[in-house]
Design a binder for this molecule. Structure first.
Ligand SMILES: Nc1ncnc2c1ncn2[C@@H]1O[C@H](COP(=O)(O)OP(=O)(O)OP(=O)(O)O)[C@@H](O)[C@H]1O
Ligand SMILES: Cc1ncc(CO)c(N)n1
Ligand SMILES: [Mg+2]
Length: 503
């Protein structure tokens, strides 16, 4: 086969123990990577006899043979990311560290597995020092649960999110580049809260807590899914968010499964996929440049001018709109889904994403490209867990704090405004160009400006010269006009005319 025809597959190597019940360990890692669409090789460090009741036995693999497996895989198979799980002894940890020095990889994810959720010890107490001194300094991220975080810090008690925040910072001092303290076991918490610290800022990642007994292996799965996303090229925070959303989704899908008689059942990583193959296996696809000329439809205006929704969308695209949002506050659900489907049939062949305003259910039912939600709509993290990582989520924000939250919730972009007063949205507070600039300056996400923008002022908006301001969103300037295509063309030519340095 010609060299250029060969496809490099993202590759995660898991170095972990086998769980005979297949809920955790190597088996969870391989299933999680498969769900993420990534190749997974496996170096087995120990066999465990384990089920939903607990761990009945451990049969360690001799260090020399762990080393031999590592050499076999790393010397041959172009591994992108290594994920370390159960490492039962200090010598196994040392073997891994020296293999990584001999065969460096792009990233190392360390799940410091020490105690199983059933309370059984999975690693000798003497391993702790080697972990801290040798492995953690090599890690791009370490993902302790509450008990493990406490063990890494010499046994302090961790009971609150504030404790998790301090623990994340202290563990960061041990050398890993990022720390995720997992709160799956946090008592009295209705959310599943994890704390992420990148050495500069601490973020609370909130997910919904799924009520189920089937949580065995969530930690292994989370770490492997992070490794898989890193192997595909995602930045760290995005990898963590996608992984968390996958775990929640898989738990939700298999919350009523009955496997085994013990207290903690496994979940099915791939069941969700049987319904949603494309949603999780696909790499997140969002090009911020599509925010340049963002057209938001308005059913009232279409009625006034006698435009059908499909004609309006066709005309906007013909004039150069780069993304469409269907906004209809009154439509019956059935009609809204139907309209979304017809518009997708127009948008998709043109490569123009179609988003649905507010209605995650309509976006799901019509297989739209995503949703745009406001501050009082469904929280973006919930929309993300329902839609999966492959869909686009935008959030309306007026302040830097809202923009920060949208980012932590896994949104793709921010709509900031109203920049100027508008009739489309009654009683909407305006933020002005200064408010827009303040949000853009602090937002880690790309921003589209909205509110009272048209051909007369879109230039002044783009000229605030902040790199992540990617475009303008318009309603009346397009749809409250007789010829939508002409108006879109006019706007587009102005936007394209703004010097690139100012964009
Ligand atoms: N019931 C739940 N609903 C939603 N998310 C959960 C639930 N339980 C755990 N999680 C999430 O799963 C991930 C793993 O966290 P957890 O604290 O359970 O790890 P762990 O104890 O290492 O798991 P295990 O040892 O069983 O593999 C975290 O992102 C956590 O928030
Ligand atoms: C083999 C193995 N690795 C990790 C865990 C932690 O869930 C487990 N229970 N078993
Ligand atoms: Mg764990």
């Amino acid at each position: 086969m010609a060299a250029e025809a060969r496809r490099k597959v993202p590759h995660v190597l898991t170095v972990a123990g086998s769980d005979s019940g297949a809920g955790a360990g190597i088996q969870a890692d391989i299933k999680a990577c498969a769900a993420a669409g990534v190749y997974c090789s496996s170096v087995v460090t120990a066999l465990t006899a384990q089920n939903t009741v607990g761990v009945q036995g451990i049969h360690p693999v001799p260090e020399d043979f762990v080393a031999e497996q590592l050499r076999s895989v790393l010397s041959d198979m172009e591994v992108d990311v290594v994920k370390a799980g159960m490492l039962h002894s200090g010598s196994v940890v040392e073997v891994l560290c020296s293999s990584l020095k001999e065969f460096p990889v792009r990233a190392l994810v360390v799940d410091p597995v020490m105690v199983s959720t059933s309370g059984d010890m999975l690693s000798a107490p003497s391993t702790l020092a080697v972990y801290c001194n040798k492995l953690l300094p090599l890690a791009d991220i370490v993902t302790p649960n509450l008990k493990e975080a406490s063990a890494l810090l010499g046994g302090c008690s961790l009971k609150t999110v504030a404790d998790m925040r301090s623990a994340a910072k202290l563990i960061h001092n041990l050398g890993p580049r990022n720390v995720l303290v997992k709160g799956g076991d946090l008592a009295d918490s209705s959310d599943a809260v994890d704390v992420f610290y990148d050495g500069e800022e601490c973020h609370e990642l909130h997910g919904s807590r799924v009520i189920t007994r089937n949580t065995h292996g969530t930690g292994c799965t989370l770490a492997s899914y992070i490794a898989a996303e890193l192997a595909k090229g995602s930045p760290m925070m995005q990898a963590v968010q996608t992984a968390k959303s996958f775990v929640e989704s898989a738990l939700c899908y298999s919350k009523d499964l009955i496997i085994g008689n013990g207290l903690q059942g496994p979940f099915d990583h791939l069941m969700k996929l049987k319904n949603h193959v494309s949603s999780f296996a696909q790499k997140p696809l969002f090009n911020p440049d599509c925010l340049l000329l963002y057209a938001v439809t308005d059913s009232g205006m279409n009625k006034k001018w006698g435009h059908s929704i499909t004609d309006a969308v066709k005309a906007a695209i013909e004039g150069g709109a780069t993304i469409i949002q269907l906004r209809d506050k009154e439509a019956e659900t059935r009609d809204f889904v139907e309209a979304a489907r017809s518009c997708i049939a127009i948008c998709r062949p043109c490569g123009v994403p179609l988003l649905v305003n507010d209605r995650v259910d309509v976006a799901l039912a019509s297989d739209a490209d995503g949703v745009h939600v406001g501050q009082s709509d469904m929280p973006a993290h919930l929309a993300r867990s329902l839609l999966g990582p492959g869909k686009i989520i935008g959030v309306s924000c007026k302040t830097p704090a809202q923009a920060e939250q949208a980012w932590a919730d896994g949104a793709n972009y921010i709509g900031c405004g109203g920049v100027f007063p508008t009739n489309t949205k009654a009683n909407n507070l305006t933020v002005g160009l200064d408010g827009l600039r303040a949000v853009c300056m602090t937002s880690k996400l790309p921003v589209v400006a909205i509110g009272g923008i048209g051909p007369g002022n879109c230039r002044s908006v783009m000229e605030i010269s902040v790199p992540n301001l990617k475009g303008v969103a318009v309603v009346s300037a397009l749809f409250d006009r007789e010829c939508i295509a002409t108006e879109a063309r006019r706007l587009r030519s102005i936007l394209l005319d703004v010097p690139l340095t100012a964009q």
